[in-house]
Design a binder for this molecule. Sequence first.
Ligand SMILES: [Zn+2]
Length: 375
Amino acid sequence: MKKVSKIKIKPKFSRFLKLFCFFACLFLGLFLFYCKQIRDLTSLEYSKEASKNILFSFKKDYVLSVGKNKTLNAAFESKYFNENYLDNYRKIHYVKHKRLISHINQLLQKGYSNNDINIILAHGNDDSVDRFIERDKVKYLEEFFSVPYAKLDNYDRYIAYSDATGEDEETTVLFVNLDLDKEDYNDSTLVEEFSFTMLVNKHHHLSSDFEPDNLVKIDRKYASEDDLLCNRVAFEAFKRMSQKALDEDYHIVINSAYRSYQDQEDIIKTYLESYGQNYVDKFVAKPGYSEHQTGLAFDIGSENVSVFANSKEFKWMQEHAHEFGFIYRFSKNGENITGFRNEPWHIRYVGEKAAKYIYENKLTLEEYWALFLDK
Ligand SMILES: [Zn+2]
């Protein structure tokens, strides 16, 4: 038989190996335990960074008892985390603000309740919350901020407007957000981007060189004069509407469409000569403030009747224009919001979705804009 030679390990080395194995197992065990703890937290949608901080601050049991909570996650991710506010973080609704946790801390220090903070955060962005924190603590937050689209930055104007007019919260918020507490044409907002739902009125203006997208010439067949222009999509919609009307024996025609800044200036000059300053101030939009400059507005006439409001076409349009993406822009009921008197002949293309909503809810474009588009 062959003799199997055995490798002899020196006793000292053997002890070292045992010790090494012991620590290796210990570290592996600890590492696996740590991974499991992190997994418990990440499975509740806490980020890895937040989970690490939760473990190192020994708050795992607390967090597990709470469960999924985006504000807590943000708190444990933040360098402004303050352990004393743990319960507040848990109760305050998450909003996607960059400085959320530092804002919560500062608002708590000012003495605001969790409910107040929820209101403040829901109605502002990072910058407006920064500004709000600068001021003394305010009372009666719920009064105006029960209106979903109330803005933190407008707080003082809401109070001033409501004091001056006695209007309810909802009207106050709507009117102030639309700048109706300001003088017409004064301190108005410049609108730079073209869109089918863009708002142009006495508080939202276009620059003198603003040109709408895709201007096309209106076929003479649809217009009472040559060389009228409008937006291409609005024209396509008009053609469909005009055809549908014709099928039912209604004859509509475009009397005016796109007007440049210069065109509006010229109109004012003509009206000034014929009707005087008072009339112009009251009824004609200043250059830059007419939505005819968007290429989306049309003045409509009937081929049969000189006063459009008296025509059967007007009645038909009132019922059907929205089906093609048009709205009646200046109605009798909306005069105090639009700032213009009732104009039965003036329609505006806003797209079918907006037109349907505006028609069904009997809104002005201003109200639709304040509800859905004001950023
Ligand atoms: Zn018009």
